[in-house]
Design a protein around this ligand. Structure first.
Ligand code: MRU
Length: 363
């Protein structure tokens, strides 16, 4: 996407005279500051994933791939690569793209002699990134066709509700749930986006809103609890969300709060689509109940970060000292509440046979 007119990806290799390194956008600093950060070691990559400098299932996978390339720079032995893989996979448990990318890297590297592994690692990580971009562009086009159909049945701009950030910041470029919105905007289709703030980390309020503003797309940030009311009053035409892991039966793990939006959409007859790139589908899990749900630091619930009246970015406490907080980071939306999955290979029902027909090599 364009940042101040410059095409920008969320991650990339850069050697620019400083030796091999990886550059990321530090998403913990957005929307207040746009800061690039350099990763030079495996530990840097693991830290960036676990503290969410990079986040979003596809981008976590891409970062882990580059993390293995950085690990190989130091030690490309089988033992070291296996240890690096374990370290990376342990950083965040829910998004399956992380494990998928790490296993793909190992499958590419381990058969090679150690002396050839570094170059191969950089190339494979770059290939994962390029494929992610192509998948998301295809999701954008399939989603655009859906949006055009819905728009044809109404007048005025299409009101789309999204949760969390499944935009280009969650991927290498384009995003998953936001890719159809970007495609619609490019195609001249009038769109307006309801952006769930997405407590506790506020990926909607801080990241999705920032992206949409950069792209000049009409939007309003709403409190997480507002979506049901807007749906009851006919102010949401369609919901599109992302996924961190979709099980073989079409259940979808996504950012906490997604399930409640799917329930409200179902009750109000609002179509509820999930943008699901192939690497986020886990055919090894029979149902969503098997998906590991990340529990994050309760401080993320107890405190909130923002800019104060003097322009400083500060964290303030919301809860009484001594009140415990709990922080499950994802929930599972049952397939029966999902109108369809938008994949890079087309749109399908959230059910085993339909998904397997699109991805026969995976089943
Ligand atoms: O905890 P995060 O920010 O890494 O969560 C991931 C997400 O942004 C969403 O759950 C998203 O919808 C899936 S990733 C495209």
């Amino acid at each position: 996407m364009l940042i101040s007119g410059t095409p920008t990806r969320t991650i990339g290799r850069s050697d620019a005279g400083f030796g091999d390194r990886v550059e990321i956008i530090d998403q913990t600093r957005l929307p207040h500051e746009f800061v690039l950060r350099r990763l030079t070691t495996l530990a840097d990559a693991a830290e960036a994933i676990s503290v969410m400098r990079v986040r979003g299932a596809p981008l976590i996978g891409a970062t882990a791939a580059y993390g293995l390339a950085l690990a190989a720079l130091t030690d490309a032995s089988d033992t070291a690569l296996h240890a690096a893989a374990d370290q990376l996979i342990a950083t965040r448990p829910t998004a399956v793209n992380l494990r998928w990318a790490v296993l793909r890297m190992l499958a590419r590297l381990l058969p090679l002699p150690p002396g050839e592994r570094v170059d191969a690692a950089w190339m494979e990580a770059a290939a994962i990134c390029d494929e992610d971009v192509a998948q998301n562009q295809a999701i954008g086009q399939h989603g655009l066709a859906l949006l055009k159909n819905i728009a044809a049945r109404k007048s005025g701009p299409l009101n789309i509700l999204t949760h969390c950030n499944a935009g280009w910041l969650a991927t290498v470029d384009w995003g998953t749930a936001l890719a159809p919105i970007y495609a619609a905007a490019e195609a001249g289709l009038g769109v307006h986006v309801w952006v769930d703030e997405t407590r506790p980390r506020n990926q909607g309020a801080s990241l999705t809103a920032w992206e949409l503003k950069q792209a000049g797309i009409a939007h309003h940030v709403i409190a997480d609890n507002a979506g049901g009311h807007l749906m009851q009053h006919g102010r949401v035409d369609v919901c599109i969300v992302g996924t961190d892991r979709t099980s073989a039966n079409g259940d979808v793990a996504n950012k906490i709060g997604t399930y409640l939006k799917a329930l409200a959409a179902f009750d109000n007859g609002v179509p509820f689509y999930v943008a699901a790139p192939g690497p986020s589908i886990d055919f090894s899990l029979a149902s969503g109940g098997e998906i590991p749900i990340e529990e994050r630091d309760p401080e993320e619930v107890a405190c909130i970060q923002g800019r104060d009246s003097e322009g400083r970015v500060v964290s303030v406490r919301l809860t009484p000292v001594g009140s415990p907080a709990a922080n499950p980071a994802f929930d599972v939306t049952p397939a029966r509440l999902i109108t369809g999955l938008i994949t890079e290979r087309g749109v399908c029902r959230a059910e085993r046979e339909a998904m397997a027909a699109l991805f026969p090599e995976r089943t």
